[in-house]
Ligand binder design. Structure first.
Ligand code: TYD
Length: 199
């Protein structure tokens, strides 16, 4: 099973990834946690370039995120799924569709095409989208900001709208949850959705 978590910066997805990992491990499920961009040696190098380096043009940004993702699929996700492990990824293709496709204005379909090739068509079985508004995201992101976190409020609003659009486009895969609830309540909602989806 392949699960991803998505949402605006500061939405609490990293905490939920950790809670779900701990929950499944207690039940003796082999869990592999990954983060994007990153999760491999090449991915971490690309992460430093795209988040902490100089300005990157929009299509170069798509290509860098896609390269990190291609490496992650090839080196980590595919092998883990093949041996029957559950993979939980902190962000996946949807982040590119929304940040680059919508907020940078490159188009969801265009960015999807590049990513379908890079990931050999691999998509999560279930994606949890934690919804928080732009103001809360802004407030939760601390002083030290990466290149994407330093973007304007208008950019955040586009990202938020983009995620809502994706949830409508892929209702079977994406489960949208209220990210302003307590972390325990969100964790319960996540587990409930997984059980009800029988995956
Ligand atoms: P994230 O790991 O959530 O940041 P942090 O480590 O600070 O919690 O994501 C890094 C940033 O990169 C985030 O602002 C979203 C952005 N991003 C994209 O723009 N496109 C992508 O494809 C991915 C994976 C991330």
């Amino acid at each position: 099973m392949f699960i991803s978590f998505e949402g605006l910066d500061g939405c609490g997805k990293t905490t939920q990834v950790e809670l779900l990992e701990a929950f499944l491990e207690m039940r003796d499920v082999e869990v592999v946690g990954t983060r994007e961009p990153g999760g491999t040696e090449l991915g971490e190098t690309l992460r430093a370039i795209v988040l902490h380096g100089q300005k990157v043009s929009p299509w170069a940004e798509v290509a860098i995120f896609a390269a990190a993702r291609a490496e992650l699929v090839d080196q980590v996700i595919e092998p883990a799924l093949k041996r029957g492990a559950t993979v939980i990824s902190d962000r996946f293709v949807d982040s590119s569709l929304v940040y680059q496709g919508v907020a940078r204005g490159l188009g969801i379909e265009n960015v999807l095409q590049v990513n379908v090739l890079a990931t050999k068509g691999l998509m999560p079985d279930r994606t949890f989208l934690l919804l928080v508004d732009e103001k809360l995201s802004e407030a939760r992101v601390g002083e030290e900001r990466d290149r994407m976190e330093s973007e304007s409020e208008a950019f955040r609003r586009l990202v938020g709208d983009g995620y809502r659009r994706l949830a409508e486009m892929f209702p079977e895969r994406i489960v949208a949850l209220d990210g302003t609830q307590s972390r325990e309540q969100i964790a319960r909602d996540v587990r409930k959705a997984l059980v009800e989806g029988a995956i």
